[in-house]
Design a protein around this ligand. Structure first.
Ligand SMILES: Nc1ncnc2c1ncn2[C@@H]1O[C@H](COP(=O)(O)OP(=O)(O)O)[C@@H](O)[C@H]1O
Ligand SMILES: [Mg+2]
Length: 318
């Protein structure tokens, strides 16, 4: 595309609020810049569109809290490539992202993109991060349902707040994130079953069913077994995010080490000491090593810092 075409396209996309198109134009600018070996500009642009989720202006204009506090807006920072995912999961999620990006093509053939995902796995292995990455890839905001605002001691009130939330979200292109989905979609045959609880679950399921496909519903749960079966069936994509194996921890540490000066001990040593940890725990420990090391300069010994921190972690886990 000629330069002036790109510029026109960019301005038009901005004016019509068409983020999809905006993203595509910026991506083609990045590709052009790379071809010309202008890597600094290309990197900077890439950074800008990945941290955005929305343009800088949109970020300042859009309130962080919407619809009476029922939804919290998160600016997505992570991209898919930043996450350690199994090949299977990465492929599955990329497919959904592609279906969303190219939904016009699907629609001309009478098809809709998939948009209801359920993420399952123990804490700290990427459920929230994956929802964020999907939003970042699609350059749409991530709206997180706030249970504090949603759940009232009057169940009837909860049902109507849920209805309001779904109503609000329908007209927006976004990732709608329900964390700990089991808290709200409890099995209907549960002990505390009352007609009211049934109504809450029904209004939840109704809301889910009626969501248009430009709202990407992502739900997360550590306890899929307590999920209402009818709720589980609604999801077109089921993703499991298990805790990493020792080898996966090793690869994760290796990747982190490649960004800086390493951690004074081998990735294998860290992996061996941290077997059974979540990605989040590994990441925290690596940051901890760096922090202690930096603050101990000029005398700090990276290897000793790492060993001390690993020892402390093992002790705390016992
Ligand atoms: N699969 C992963 N790849 C890379 N980093 C991860 C992964 N899982 C977790 N992390 C790191 O741990 C932090 C917490 O993970 P999070 O996505 O909040 O987990 P969950 O929602 O499953 O509890 C993230 O911010 C991220 O830095
Ligand atoms: Mg989470």
């Amino acid at each position: 595309m000629a330069r002036s075409d790109l510029l026109l396209n960019l301005v038009e996309a901005e004016r019509s609020g068409d983020r999809q198109r905006f993203l595509m134009v910026v991506e083609s600018v990045i590709a052009e810049e790379r071809k010309k070996q202008h890597h600094l500009v290309a990197d900077r642009l890439e950074e800008l569109i990945s941290t955005a989720g929305s343009s800088a202006t949109a970020r300042y204009q859009s309130p962080p809290v919407t619809q009476d506090g029922l939804l919290l807006e998160v600016v997505p920072r992570r991209r898919l490539a930043d996450l350690a995912l199994s090949t299977e999961t990465a492929t599955l999620v990329s497919e959904v992202v592609e279906e969303q990006r190219r939904r016009d093509v699907l629609r001309t053939h009478g098809l809709e993109p998939r948009h209801r995902l359920m993420l399952v796995g123990p804490p700290g292995n990427g459920k929230t991060s994956l929802a964020e990455a999907i939003a970042a890839e699609l350059m749409v905001p991530m709206l997180v349902a706030s249970y504090e605002a949603l759940i009232s001691s009057y169940l009837g009130e909860t049902a109507s707040r849920l209805a309001a939330l779904f109503e609000y979200v329908r007209s927006r292109e976004c990732v709608l994130f329900f964390d700990e989905f089991d808290t709200i979609a409890k099995e209907r045959a549960d002990d505390h079953d009352t007609g009211e609880l049934k109504r809450v679950v029904s209004s939840l399921l109704l809301g889910v069913d009626r969501l248009p496909s430009h709202v990407i519903l992502v739900t997360a749960s550590n306890h899929p077994e307590v999920l209402d079966r009818a709720a589980g069936r609604r999801f077109q994509v089921h993703v499991t995010l298990p805790a990493p194996t020792q080898a996966q921890i090793g690869r994760f540490v290796e990747r982190q080490a490649a960004r800086g000066h390493g951690f004074g001990v081998t990735p294998e040593t860290i992996a061996r000491n941290m077997a059974g940890a979540s990605y989040s725990e590994v990441e925290d420990l690596l940051l901890d090593i760096r922090r202690r090391y930096v603050l101990g300069l000029p005398d700090a010994d990276l290897k000793r810092t790492a060993q001390e921190r690993l020892g402390r972690w093992r002790k705390q886990k016992q």
